[in-house]
Design a protein around this ligand. Structure first.
Ligand code: TXA
Ligand code: MG
Length: 332
């Protein structure tokens, strides 16, 4: 069932219905400022199991628990260090997820058996209001099939999950467009687990020290976030990142493939050969780019592209979240 709401002033009757479905153990997809989430009662292991089944998500990949405020988050953690207080004050509600040692009330199904739990207070008025009305913590991964591109509209959710969801709350497109930044406060040093629009510089400005996960695949902390599998955020089409220094040659080679009968689209920052089509011209600022990225990938998949050329984005830290998603989308 798809229920439309006003993105800024969601209708109370619709929220009350969606909240009731959540409390009763059902699955509700709802907009957050980042992407649509697939929500279930976080303290009900059977409801949580339905999320994994609907997404085809491997059971080792833990979920983010969404709550209405920092007090509710704190009740789900067994420790609340100064860094958690500072980051919650600075960025909640908003696109930042904090990983903390978990309280005993959080079921193993949510944390995939880990001793820590991921917590977030979303800023989207619909998510925020739904959590308030429901009055329960809501576990919610992105509302897509596992490894596929995350949804930034209700239509994407419907296309990917269809009747596997009890209710889809349609609050329009998600403004941020890529998933929240995830930082772990559960280990000896605060560690960035997933880059997002809250950058590592933003985090360091508030708490000082933040480590990057080790790049050495054999290091003990090589995979501190079980969900960071390489192939992720992937459209059906093959994705090729076009390096700036070799752009003309890469585009000419792709255009010759088009002459040979392949359909090759583009997500471009600059003008491209007209044989590359359709082309979506992407915004040159990271916030604008992130906001457009997943919808653009969905559009090129829907257009039946065999491959998608994507102009490499700047190396600047502000683009780290986008670079991460593009690299994963291109991974085969
Ligand atoms: O923006 C977002 O974060 C969206 C919206 C719906 O809030 N949610 C989202 O959830 O992206 P999901 O499940 O697609 O990604 C959750 C990430 C995964 O990489 C997972 O491994 C990590 O958070 N995670 C969850 N619990 C964790 C834990 N206890 N320790 C380390 N990583 C954890
Ligand atoms: Mg996801």
């Amino acid at each position: 069932m798809l229920l439309k709401v006003h993105p800024d002033h969601p209708e109370p009757a619709t929220l009350a219905h969606a909240a009731q479905v959540l409390r009763a153990g059902g699955l509700v997809a709802f907009p957050t400022e980042t992407v649509y989430g697939l929500g279930a009662h976080a303290l009900d292991p059977q409801a949580v199991a339905r999320i994994f089944a609907a997404k085809g998500r491997p059971s080792y990949n833990p979920l983010i628990v969404h709550v209405a405020d920092a007090d509710a988050a704190r009740r789900l953690a067994s420790q609340w260090p100064d860094e958690a207080r500072l980051l919650a004050d600075a960025f909640w509600p908003g696109p930042l997820t904090l990983v903390l040692p978990k309280d005993g009330a959080v079921p193993d199904a949510v944390t995939a058996g880990l001793p820590s739990v991921a917590l977030r207070v979303p800023a989207h008025p619909v998510a925020y209001a739904l959590l308030r009305v429901a009055g329960i913590p809501v576990a919610a991964p992105s509302a897509n099939r596992s490894t596929q591109v995350s949804p930034t509209t209700a239509a994407h959710v419907l296309q990917g999950l269809g009747d596997r969801v009890d209710v889809i709350v349609d609050g329009g497109p998600c403004p941020v467009g890529i998933e929240s930044t995830v930082i772990s406060l559960a280990g000896p040093r605060p560690t960035l687990l997933r880059p997002g629009t809250v950058s590592i510089d933003d985090l360091r400005a508030v708490i000082g020290d933040v480590a990057l996960p080790s790049a050495d695949p054999h290091a003990a902390d090589a995979r501190p976030s079980p969900g960071m599998m390489d192939r992720h955020y992937a459209p059906r089409a093959t994705v090729r990142i076009v390096p700036g220094e070799d752009r003309d040659r890469a585009i000419e080679a792709a255009a010759r493939e088009v002459d040979g009968g392949r359909r090759i689209g583009g997500l471009m920052l600059h003008e491209a050969d007209p044989r590359i089509a359709p082309v979506i011209r992407m915004p040159a600022d990271p916030a604008g780019y992130a906001s457009r990225l997943y919808a653009a990938l969905h559009e090129l998949d829907d257009a039946g592209c065999d491959a998608i050329l994507i102009d490499a984005v700047p190396e600047d830290p502000a683009w780290a979240g986008i670079r991460d998603r593009l690299r994963r989308a291109a991974h085969r």
